[in-house]
Design a binder for this molecule. Structure first.
Ligand SMILES: Cc1ncc(COP(=O)(O)O)c(C=O)c1O
Ligand SMILES: [Zn+2]
Length: 377
């Protein structure tokens, strides 16, 4: 039998570890030698878009997606004001109501091809948990999802309804500790979307879609929790640039809340006005494992970080409802940020700006109703 021809590899940029993604057999996708986050190198990447949704870009991906739910092909809705053409990318219209479906599809597709386990483990503040639980159910895997106590009730109910085992942790960081403890004791695959490059692999398709829908915009505003969304969009455009399909990459603008601004602080130093709020619950990642990669991506695209507070987020949420976009508070952060940086964007010569709307408000409608009618956070 001839040896299989591998073309996609996990690569550790720190220690040089390189292994075919299908022979590595990793139950958590970090470097088995030094523990760093891994990157993916695909040696036969080609631009041959064909078909609908995420699977349209299979020639660009290191993973062959299993059964798909039609993720991707999300609308790009335009609006013009006196200064900008704004394009809203409606990622909240994915099958489970968030962009996480793109990453969950590619991450879980790996399991059947590569591992013996059929038990999926994940820690999440909600959306990633819902997405992983949905694909686990579709593929007939068992799922255990660790969620912080502060996660919205609607999201926790949703995960349970999907048949996953739900374990509650006091904080987001404790959720990760519990997941690691289970991984040590049981034969399971830990999705670990905060650092998993297979997850980012799926998210790259947002960049490919934007390119096909509108070309290369001047700037893209992205909410930043772990940075998977920002890095996916960055690598997607970077690959199109490397393949000489485009000749520039948009400025990337990362948006964080004053409740948890690690990327902002890493670049500009500490802030004085922290807020104790779980309003933008998807952004409460204290130590994003790929923070240095995110700093590099912002530098490479001449981008920057913007902070928003709770009252700005609530105001933005209401304005988005006025436009017909029913999103969750975490997603409204980007619109709040946009209204604060018009001058900065103009100074950079930006005319066309993309706002990624990441998560649906329908998963937490009672909470959103209480925020927009009586204003509690
Ligand atoms: C709705 C929503 N937007 C944005 C984010 C942040 O994404 P990332 O962790 O990839 O930076 C999350 C993460 O949970 C989310 O749920
Ligand atoms: Zn390493």
């Amino acid at each position: 039998m001839p040896a299989p021809q591998y073309v996609s590899f996990f690569v550790c940029k720190k220690c040089g570890y390189t292994e075919s993604i299908y022979s590595a057999k990793l139950k958590r996708i970090i470097c088995p030698r030094c523990g760093s986050p891994l990157s993916i190198e695909k040696r036969d990447r080609e631009w041959h878009p064909r078909g609908y949704g995420l699977i349209r870009y299979v020639s660009m991906l290191a993973i062959k997606p299993r059964r798909s739910l039609g993720e991707g092909s999300t609308p790009a809705v335009s609006e013009e004001n006196s200064s900008f053409k704004i394009v809203y990318k409606l990622e909240y219209l994915n099958p489970t109501g968030s962009f996480k479906d793109r990453g969950a599809l590619t991450a879980l597709s790996y399991v059947a091809e590569s591992l013996s386990t059929r038990h999926i483990l994940e820690d999440s503040s909600g959306n990633a948990g819902i997405s992983v639980a949905t694909y686990a159910r579709l593929y007939r895997y068992k799922a255990t999802i660790i969620v912080p106590k502060h996660a919205p009730i609607g999201k926790k109910k949703f995960i349970k309804m999907l048949g996953a085992e739900v374990v509650e942790a006091p904080t987001r960081d404790d959720a990760t500790k519990i997941a690691l403890d289970i991984l040590n004791r049981k034969n399971c695959f830990y999705v670990d979307h905060l650092s998993n490059p297979l997850f980012i692999e799926g998210i790259k398709t947002i960049a490919y879609e934007l390119y096909e829908q509108i070309g290369v915009p001047d700037a893209i505003l992205v909410p930043f929790g772990s940075g998977g969304l920002l890095l996916g969009i960055y690598y997607g455009f970077k690959e199109l640039l490397d393949l000489k399909i485009i000749d520039k990459i948009p400025h990337l603008v990362a948006v964080q809340s004053t409740a948890n601004p690690p990327l902002y602080e890493r670049i500009y130093g500490s802030i004085h006005s922290y807020e104790n709020s779980t309003l933008a619950d998807g952004l409460l990642v204290k130590n994003p494992p790929r923070i240095e990669e995110a700093v590099d991506a912002l530098q490479a695209t001449n981008g920057f970080v913007v902070l928003v507070n709770s009252s700005e987020i609530i105001h933005a949420l209401k304005e988005l409802l006025d436009k017909g976009f029913i999103v969750e508070p975490t997603s409204a952060t980007v619109y709040a940020a946009f209204s604060k940086i018009h001058d900065k964007l103009r100074d950079k010569g930006c005319k066309e700006v993309v706002i990624i709307l990441t998560g649906s408000g329908l998963k937490m409608i009672d909470y959103i109703a209480s925020i927009v009618t009586i204003g509690i956070s």
